[in-house]
Design a binder for this molecule. Structure first.
Ligand SMILES: NC(=O)c1ccc[n+]([C@@H]2O[C@H](COP(=O)([O-])OP(=O)(O)OC[C@H]3O[C@@H](n4cnc5c(N)ncnc54)[C@H](O)[C@@H]3O)[C@@H](O)[C@H]2O)c1
Length: 331
């Protein structure tokens, strides 16, 4: 009988990592998950789940030992409010995690190593208008990435290239564009726009106000998490060794995103824009031409379709949180 392939997922306690573990287990992999914390919203499907700080190289070595494929997703990250507020902390943590993971993967002779990069690597001057041209992979250089988080991702992309050229480590680099779905962070400061908007809509009474960061005209494209994990796995299995976008090219404004969620919730809310809050680049979209060429596939879940289970999950969590606080207050 052929032996099962083994996979390490770092960041397995986080949003995408948790979904990826479930996907790989369903495809017959033997999965080890590693994270500094357990998954917040339900048990991991991983055969082995290790709590470890991957800033420490010894922990990275132990995590990678005996693994065929490494899906490296662990990172200190959050939404725009978070990544614009803690440049030193985020850059330091992610530099340590990434360098140590790469060295450990080489030392453990893993077959393939996939790095989760981000659309934040793209030059800011290419993202100054709401009806922005989609970003293609070659646009990343000459570089002018998002401070801190984006710069560190771009440097790690280069390290992946150097480890492949100099040491023969098979690396894959994937640039995610805004991922959303159930079981993602929805409160506490690290949540991203779709989850924050779902939470605000769930909490607002029908006819009430909703606070929106920026003027609401900033644009993004959003990818449903099931498409994201399918894409990650396909890219890992492909022979393509350069960075690849993984996102959708369905560009929407933040106001339009709010309208979609309100429609799903059957609520009519009054938008109150707050231009003093961070909104990131003015517009960002993914050019999927190369992704289509390489994989013959691209993420296809329409935003409205993916928002239905996302909103319902967040609405139920918000209701459960309110019950919990009421019970605690009554004690
Ligand atoms: N979600 C998105 O829209 C998006 C967009 C672009 C790129 N990405 C990248 O995808 C990856 C996964 O993102 P996510 O949305 O699941 O984020 P997430 O924050 O939910 O998951 C990241 C996980 O990494 C873990 N981690 C942080 N520091 C660690 C450490 N020192 N040791 C071990 N684990 C540690 C966290 O505990 C967390 O569970 C990240 O690398 C992120 O930069 C995500």
């Amino acid at each position: 009988m052929p032996t099962r392939k083994s996979a390490l997922v770092t960041g397995a306690g986080g949003f995408i990592g948790h979904h990826l573990v479930t996907y790989l287990v369903s495809r017959g992999y033997d999965v080890r998950g590693v994270d500094i914390k357990s998954p917040e919203y339900g048990a991991s499907a991983a055969h082995e789940f290790v709590i470890a700080d991957l800033r420490d190289e010894q922990n990275c070595l132990q995590a990678t030992r005996g693994m065929d494929e490494v899906y490296h997703l662990a990172a200190d990250m959050g939404g725009i409010g978070y990544i614009t507020s803690f440049h030193a902390e985020i850059s330091t943590n992610n530099t340590l995690i990434n360098l140590h993971m790469l060295r450990a993967a080489r030392e453990s002779a893993v077959r393939r190593f996939l790095f989760s990069s981000s659309a934040c690597v793209y030059p800011q001057h290419l993202q100054e208008s709401a009806d922005v041209a989609p970003l293609c992979e070659d646009d990343a250089w000459p570089a002018d990435p998002e401070e801190g988080y984006g710069l560190e991702k771009l440097y790690m992309e280069k390290l992946c290239q150097y480890f492949m050229e100099d040491h023969g480590l098979e690396t894959r680099v994937v640039r995610f564009h805004n991922v959303y779905g159930p079981q993602g962070t929805y409160s506490g400061g690290r949540e991203k726009a779709p989850a924050a908007i779902c939470r605000k809509v769930a909490l607002a009474p029908d006819g009430g106000p909703i606070e929106i960061w920026g003027d609401g005209q900033q644009t993004r494209s959003f990818m449903y998490v099931d498409d994201c994990v399918t894409g990650i796995h396909r890219i890992m299995q492909s022979d393509y060794r350069q960075p690849l976008n993984l996102g959708t090219d369905e560009l929407v404004s933040v106001d339009a995103l709010v309208d979609l969620v309100c429609g799903i919730a059957r609520k009519s809310l009054k938008k109150r824009h707050d231009p003093s809050r961070p909104q990131g680049v003015r517009g960002r979209n993914s050019d999927n031409s190369r992704l289509r060429e390489v994989l013959g596939w691209e993420p296809a879940t329409p935003l409205r379709t993916g928002l239905v289970p996302t909103y319902r999950w967040i609405r139920d969590r918000v209701a459960a949180d309110a019950l919990q606080s009421a019970a605690t207050a009554a004690e």
